[in-house]
Design a protein around this ligand. Structure first.
Ligand SMILES: Nc1ncnc2c1ncn2[C@@H]1O[C@H](COP(=O)(O)OP(=O)(O)OP(=O)(O)O)[C@@H](O)[C@H]1O
Ligand SMILES: [Mg+2]
Length: 250
């Protein structure tokens, strides 16, 4: 099952530059939450704070609190955090020297699973969840980089799911994909929310409207408005949200 995430007064810096300003928001378990806002407003920085990646960036600094369920995420071992909070990036990034199978199995092997048939079962399950199994079941040992971009992105989703996370962070996962692959990823997100809590960064308003239960609008490192997606797109409370979603800036 998915976990809720509670963010309190989160601030993030790159060196002296304060990039996230006192963000507080509650992310519901087993829901899709979209993060929108103009380029440079801090969307990627925000989701990187939710799996402890921001602090790995040189000069990256974080203050404030993040809870995963009831646990303090910043008191956990970062390696455990990244197992529980999976991430899919904008550009599909399969491990280039590995096969399709190896890309999905690697996290399981690192987690200590050695049994061949168990590994194969878990790889199959993950590829099925990512709606990729039928397309690759006959070529599992071929290089992952021989897949199309859309297939590579679903492979990265399968890789993230293999280790059974509770939260899935997706940073513009469909922006490099064609419309058909984009729709497949969107359908997948809607299916996955039964089992996971999903945060998705997107520049595509229609996409947010189609898949997100709640939407958060960021501007210059601040959370301007956060709420039910339908309400936000039909009756935004803040003039800046309205300007953004109607395309008047950004
Ligand atoms: N590694 C970094 N080092 C220094 N500054 C950074 C770094 N990454 C991002 N920033 C700065 O932090 C701010 C927020 O960047 P971030 O990548 O979070 O924005 P974003 O909302 O994801 O934008 P986009 O929609 O273009 O992906 C920007 O001003 C950016 O220049
Ligand atoms: Mg970004």
């Amino acid at each position: 099952m998915g976990q809720s995430i509670t963010v309190e007064n989160l601030q993030a810096w790159y060196g002296e530059q304060l990039t996230l300003r006192e963000i507080s928001m509650d992310v519901d378990a087993n829901q899709v939450t979209a993060i929108i806002g103009p380029s440079g407003c801090g969307k990627s920085t925000f989701i990187r704070c939710l799996n402890r990646l921001h602090e790995t960036i040189p000069q990256g600094k974080v203050r404030g609190r993040v809870r995963l369920g009831t646990e303090d995420l910043y008191a956990m071992d970062p390696v455990d955090v990244r197992r529980v909070v999976g991430m899919v990036f904008q550009k599909p990034n399969p491990f280039p020297t590995m096969s399709i199978y190896e890309n999905v199995a690697i996290g399981l092997k690192l987690g200590g699973i050695r049994n061949k048939s168990e590994l194969l079962d878990r790889v199959e399950q993950s590829l099925r969840m990512a709606a990729l199994w039928d397309e690759v079941k006959d070529r599992l040992h071929k290089p992952a980089v021989a897949l199309s971009g859309g297939q590579q992105q679903r492979l990265c989703i399968a890789r993230a799911l293999a280790v059974e996370p509770e939260v899935l962070l997706m940073d513009e996962p469909a922006s490099a994909l064609d419309p058909v692959s984009t729709l497949r990823v969107e359908e997948l997100v809607l299916q996955l929310k039964e089992r996971y809590t999903i945060l998705i960064v997107t520049h595509n308003m229609q996409q947010a409207a189609r898949i997100a239960d709640k939407t958060a609008f960021f501007l210059n490192g601040e959370l301007i408005e956060y709420g039910d997606t339908t309400t936000m797109f039909t009756k935004p409370a803040d003039k800046r949200t309205e300007d953004y979603i109607t395309g008047r800036f950004g």
